[in-house]
Write a protein that binds this ligand. Structure first.
Ligand code: CA
Length: 358
């Protein structure tokens, strides 16, 4: 039995002592608050899937209880609750914190900005992750990418938009930076609670609204009352977000920190796939049910006005907010690297294959 070397014996001894060490692993109990109600799939799968991964990887020693918005009743209070420590973590979207710090919107998406693959390039290889931690440092929080909805649709309109004049006085629900852009173009931008959107559109209280994409829109039924479905421009890559209380994270044993970060990464990837799948299948179903849905693109003069207004809104914030400018410049620089490649790869492939695939 010559092959049992000293090293092998040492290894065997280490394994023996490792058993009691495993049994002494720290018990950790965390709570995670989601912006979404617990049945709003696929977004609401994020918390429970993360919790199961972390529990499985720690032999049940690190347990996370995921709560939907119907439980904590603070869908848009996740950042405050994570900062305050009532919840150690959350699953949400960064642009909901625009009112606290406008720079947070860049960690979701921006009008006419990067697609999801481009933006992931920025996050992981273009300095995006570091900038995000810098911005969230002031909230005593860590922030991690949490999935992506992909290109969001430009919204449901009761009437066709043929010119800039058609936007003047149009009553539309469209939040965030895009709402500021539309307001500049004369749109009467309103914010209405999600539960009242269908009735408002049906009764003509609003003429148009944007929501997400087919996967989420189908549950709202907008396609039954507003047949013009416009292509997106305003949220080309809405990134979801895991928020983690910084102090709670620092108190975790290093192996739990590594497990949590790895699990968040895994859920991020699954969310991208789940959103894509939900959109593709819901679109097929929607179109079969209502063949009259018209997929539209805004006319070019309208798009040009939107782009000009977008630049004015972003430049305006950049002029008065140094950190906003820093993140804005970083994104613009990465866009210049990323977009030429997207055009010669993805865009060329799509137009090339379109010629031969139905
Ligand atoms: Ca949206």
């Amino acid at each position: 039995m010559k092959r049992f070397t000293g090293a092998a014996v040492l290894m065997a001894v280490m394994m023996m002592v490792a058993v009691p060490a495993m049994a002494e692993q720290k018990k950790v109990r965390w709570k995670l608050a989601m912006t979404w109600g617990s049945t709003l799939t696929p977004l609401s799968d994020s918390g429970p899937i993360l919790a199961k991964m972390v529990s499985d990887m720690t032999g049940g020693n690190f347990e996370i209880r995921a709560e939907g918005a119907e439980k904590h009743k603070a869908a848009l209070g996740i950042l405050d609750m994570v900062k305050g420590g009532q919840y150690e973590m959350g699953h949400t979207a960064s642009y909901y914190w625009k009112g606290k710090d406008v720079t947070t919107t860049f960690f979701t998406t921006a009008p006419f900005d990067m697609t999801a693959p481009e933006q992931f390039g920025w996050y992981y290889h273009g300095g995006g992750l570091e900038l995000m931690q810098q911005v969230y440092g002031k909230f005593d929080a860590l922030s991690f990418p949490g999935g992506n909805t992909g290109v969001q649709m430009g919204g449901w309109f009761r009437k066709e938009i043929t010119s800039l004049d058609d936007l003047k006085g149009l009553k539309m629900r469209i939040p965030g930076l895009a709402g500021e852009v539309f307001a500049k173009l004369g749109v009467n931008v309103t914010n209405i609670a999600p539960g009242e959107l269908y009735t408002s559109l049906d009764r003509g209280t609003i003429d148009a609204l944007e929501w997400v994409g087919p996967g989420m829109d189908i549950k709202m039924g907008f396609y039954k009352i507003a047949p013009y479905y416009y292509a997106g421009w305003h949220e080309p890559a809405s990134e979801l977000q895991f928020l983690v209380n910084k102090k709670a994270f620092e108190e975790l044993p290093p192996e739990y920190q590594a497990i949590l970060v790895t699990a968040m990464e895994a859920v991020r990837g699954r969310q991208v796939a789940a959103n894509f799948d939900a959109n593709a299948k819901a679109w097929q179903q929607m179109k079969a049910e209502y063949p009259d849905i018209k997929v539209m693109k805004f006319p070019e003069p309208v798009l040009q006005a939107m782009k000009k207004a977008t630049d004015e809104v972003l430049e305006g914030y950049a002029a008065e907010n140094a950190e906003f400018k820093e993140v804005y410049e970083s994104r613009k620089a990465y866009f210049k690297v990323a977009r030429p490649w997207t055009k010669i790869s993805e865009q060329n492939y799509l137009s090339t294959s379109d010629a031969v695939i139905e």
